[in-house]
Write a protein that binds this ligand. Sequence first.
Ligand SMILES: CC(=O)N[C@H]1[C@@H](OP(=O)(O)OP(=O)(O)OC[C@H]2O[C@@H](n3ccc(=O)[nH]c3=O)[C@H](O)[C@@H]2O)O[C@H](CO)[C@@H](O)[C@@H]1O
Length: 363
Amino acid sequence: MGNYKFILSGGGTGGHIYPAIAIANELKDMYPDAEFLFVGAKDRMEMEKVPQAGYKIEGLWISGLQRKLTFKNMLFPIKLVSSLLKARGIVKKFKPDAVIGTGGFASGPLLRMAAGKDIPCVLQEQNSYAGVTNKLLANKVKKICVAYDGMDRFFPVDKIIKTGNPVRKDLVEMNVSKQEALEFFGLNAEKPVLLVLGGSLGARRVNVLIKEQLPLFKSLGIQVVWQCGKLYYDEYKNCQTDDVLVFDFLNKMDYAYAAADVIISRAGAGSVSELSIVGKPVIFIPSPNVAEDHQTKNALAYADKNAAILLREKELDLNFKTVFTDLLSSKEQQLKLSENIKKQAFPNATKNIALEVEKLLKK
Ligand SMILES: CC(=O)N[C@H]1[C@@H](OP(=O)(O)OP(=O)(O)OC[C@H]2O[C@@H](n3ccc(=O)[nH]c3=O)[C@H](O)[C@@H]2O)O[C@H](CO)[C@@H](O)[C@@H]1O
């Protein structure tokens, strides 16, 4: 058995980056001598998050195609050609044994070039609605690991394997106790903790809601751990008190999940998969601004099974207060939601994806 080399490519948002890191960690456990290289987009989140996770990354000069005719868009063909050339160089030099693409525009040129060189490629699609890059790559790759049923609408049926979404090992294993988590955040064990998650970039409407509801949370005697997002941090950092902790980004999600009694979250695919493993009562407020409204579909699938509460942005003004207060006062509802959301978990997703990659290795 040689020392395998793997390229992982994906990014733009945490939703594409963390699955790639989870798969790399799993492959590393299986092949401790393997070499890894990540390929992302210059200036995007992955350029910071991947090195923090201990992996090397190269950035391509690429961005998504916008619908409007802008200067950025006019650069797109040049960026694409430049990225394809750089991707070809990377593949030629690194000589990967397999390439894994987790979605986002940077993975397009890289997987296109790798597949062209007959290197086995695997895609991982997190959402119930396939991303444009993955759709374009589907015919070039060997396998496509998905988390939802009905993905044959987008991909060749013989390539699809339902594995669930990768979740970072620290979150699957969850070695942090509630007590440790409360101490980590300096929170009071006597008062309930609400965790607010706006997805990897933060969510404007969720932040507006939380600020509005701070008096309610105070009257209910609850503490809030509020991830508002890097873009919004300056606007909300002044809301910080002993009971309201405001973060741009939470680097220790295991502590955040362990501290929480109830959770309000966007319904990005990664968040949904993690929350299923965490198994706590969740109110999803899906982003209505993503392709095909896929976050609402993710959340609806759970709400239909009484595995979470779904509140659409447009009903927040009318219903949030009642729904939240009822949930907080009903241990029974909290327990039911926790039990039901756990049934949606795929704790072995990462392992099963890594095993699919393994089957394609030639040496
Ligand atoms: C606005 C947007 O385009 N959202 C998309 C993006 O979501 P987004 O990038 O928000 O990703 P997900 O909800 O899938 O996952 C968020 C990830 O970021 C991590 N995290 C989040 C906040 C934080 O403070 N710390 C932290 O570590 C979470 O633990 C999780 O692993 O990709 C998802 C997966 O393709 C899609 O379903 C979403 O619709």
